[in-house]
Design a protein around this ligand. Structure first.
Ligand code: GDP
Ligand code: MG
Length: 163
């Protein structure tokens, strides 16, 4: 069976945009409203000739504020446990927020390899999140623009040891 790659991170970092780019079809709903994707999606992806299965985690929009972290944690941990490698997305433009730090704490006990990805890293200005993300403890981030398709070779290089 295909290796499994999970895409995780807080709402609005670009998980579904990356999923769509990797799968090549509009299987995941992308919206400007944070966290709009309803369900977890899976699809078959190809990146530079390597095939894998990819999981897009999401679906918190009907949650009240109090139950959201618990649901997110459940979904994130389930996807990571099932994956050969997880892509932990943060927003290079928005920078690191407390929810990113919380997710990083959830991941610390995991045996699944984690690849940190600073998405929305196109262009040169306003990418404070790249530097800030070093403090999450997952090494140098892969600098990616899921929307513009930049950094895919670097993403491939980071994934290759695990898929
Ligand atoms: P998710 O909630 O993590 O699944 O995030 P989405 O994929 O739905 O994206 C949230 C918003 O970020 C949408 O408006 C996307 O168009 C935008 N977005 C996603 N990737 C990028 C990127 O590489 N650069 C920029 N500037 N915006 C992006
Ligand atoms: Mg989404």
């Amino acid at each position: 069976s295909l290796p499994v790659v999970a895409i995780i991170g807080r709402p609005n970092v670009g998980k579904s945009t990356l999923f769509n780019r990797l799968v090549g079809k509009k299987l995941a709903l992308v919206d400007d409203t944070p966290g709009v994707t309803r369900d977890r999606r899976e699809g078959d992806a190809t990146l530079i000739g390597i095939d894998f299965r990819v999981i897009d985690t999401a679906g918190y929009e009907d949650e009240d504020a109090a139950s959201l972290p618990g649901r997110m944690r459940q979904q994130t941990e389930a996807a990571v446990a099932q994956a050969d490698v997880a892509l932990f997305l943060v927003d290079a433009r928005a920078g690191i927020v407390p929810l990113d730090e919380e997710i990083a704490r959830w991941l610390r006990g995991s045996t699944t390899p984690i690849v940190l990805v600073a998405n929305k890293a196109e262009g040169k200005a306003g990418n404070d999140g790249i530097l800030e993300s070093l403090a999450l403890g997952f090494g140098d981030p892969v600098e990616l623009s899921a929307e513009h398709g930049e950094g895919l070779v670097e993403l491939f290089d980071a994934l290759l040891p695990f898929i």
